[in-house]
Design a protein around this ligand. Structure first.
Ligand SMILES: N[C@@H](CCC(=O)N[C@@H](CS)C(=O)NCC(=O)O)C(=O)O
Length: 336
């Protein structure tokens, strides 16, 4: 895509994002405008993965930490949606229209109103799927060490897909039927959130005039959020989502049976970047009992692995210490 077109889409989106604390350059070099520009959200898992790759590579980017939760909901702005739609041109025939508790673009479809979005000004590209962004950045930013080494790429991507398929949105937004340990502010803020998102989509849709693609984007978002509301209010579905977490982490214990430091062995890879994000969120939500219940170590390899991955400097910078990313009572040890 020509840089002039990208520039005008980016300028229009950026005009809505003006908070100097949320719109900053990370790892910048004085006098240089970064090649990459990232629209993301402090608390978003998909955003943490991409920030984690940037941190591993120590690469510069312009960061727009946009507030996706009510009352902000800055991901619903038409200017931002236009930028994403331009990046997802080949995906608009497969826009999201339902909800399984997951957010993988590959299985759920393209959501034009979410974060993250990555712009590469040098290559003239807009990327709209965090998995693709992580793979892309690893290939484009040459640090001499690959996060997806070519000889084990398939095995790394298999793990990335397991995390991408984990029903994280369901267990964040919905209460857990057999004991809800989610932090108080999440338990307080989540009821009714889907109705607020739907109202925000309608509000923005009413302002865009005759723009069929953009209107279709809002319509698909409304379909998704309506289905999401039904999912999180369905006890059986929520029970199944929580059970899925137990199964997925149980499989990780087996995948770590080689006894090495990282999932792929001695090499730290993208699999570890995304697993760190997923496991930290699981503990943050109060589901860390899957591997450690009180003093009882249930899954010893996963337990040890969390300590290593949570201590990784890139993870500390991109997730634990990222501003506006509140701790929960379940992870306070990492905030002392
Ligand atoms: N498959 C997409 C999923 C993106 C996604 O679902 N993002 C969430 C945060 S992790 C979001 O922006 N939600 C806000 C909303 O739906 O209003 C990706 O990996 O980039």
């Amino acid at each position: 895509m020509p840089e002039t077109d990208i520039r005008s889409l980016v300028d229009a989106a950026n005009a809505r994002y003006t908070d100097p604390e949320r719109n900053v350059i990370i790892n910048g070099v004085p006098g240089q405008t970064p090649r990459f520009e990232l629209y993301h959200f402090s608390l978003s898992l998909c955003s943490m993965k991409v920030r984690g790759v940037f941190a591993e590579k120590e690469a510069a980017y312009t960061s727009h930490d946009i507030d996706i939760l009510p009352p902000g909901m800055q991901n619903y702005f038409p200017e931002y949606a236009r930028l994403r739609l331009a990046g997802g041109r080949d995906l608009v025939g497969n826009m999201v229209n339902g909800y399984t508790g997951r957010s993988s673009t590959e299985t759920e479809g393209f959501d034009p109103l979410v974060v993250p979005t990555l712009v590469d000004h040098e290559a003239g590209k807009i990327l709209v799927n965090s998995k693709k962004m992580c793979l892309y950045l690893d290939a484009e930013i040459d640090t001499g060490t690959r996060l997806v080494p070519t000889d084990i790429a398939a095995a790394v991507i298999r793990q990335v897909d397991i995390v991408d398929q984990t029903p994280h949105p369901a267990v964040l937004y919905g209460s857990h039927p057999d004991g809800d340990n989610r932090p108080d502010f999440i338990q307080h803020d989540m009821p009714g959130i889907h109705d607020r998102k739907i109202a925000e989509a309608r509000h923005n849709m009413a302002q865009v005039g005759n723009d069929p693609l953009l209107i279709s984007a809002y319509e698909h978002k409304i379909l998704k959020e309506s289905a999401a509301k039904a999912h999180v209010n369905d006890v059986q579905k929520m029970r199944a989502s929580v059970q899925e977490f137990k199964d997925i982490v149980g499989q990780l214990e087996k995948d770590l049976s080689h006894g090495d430091e990282w999932i792929m062995g001695e090499r730290f890879t993208l699999a570890d970047v995304v697993w760190a994000v997923s496991l930290f969120r699981i503990q943050w939500l109060g589901l860390g009992y899957i591997w450690k219940a009180g003093d009882d170590i249930v899954l010893p390899r996963v337990h040890e692995y969390t300590k290593r991955t949570f201590a990784r400097p890139s993870f500390v910078a991109a997730t634990i210490r990222w501003p506006r990313n509140p701790p929960s009572p379940h992870v306070m040890e990492y905030y002392q």
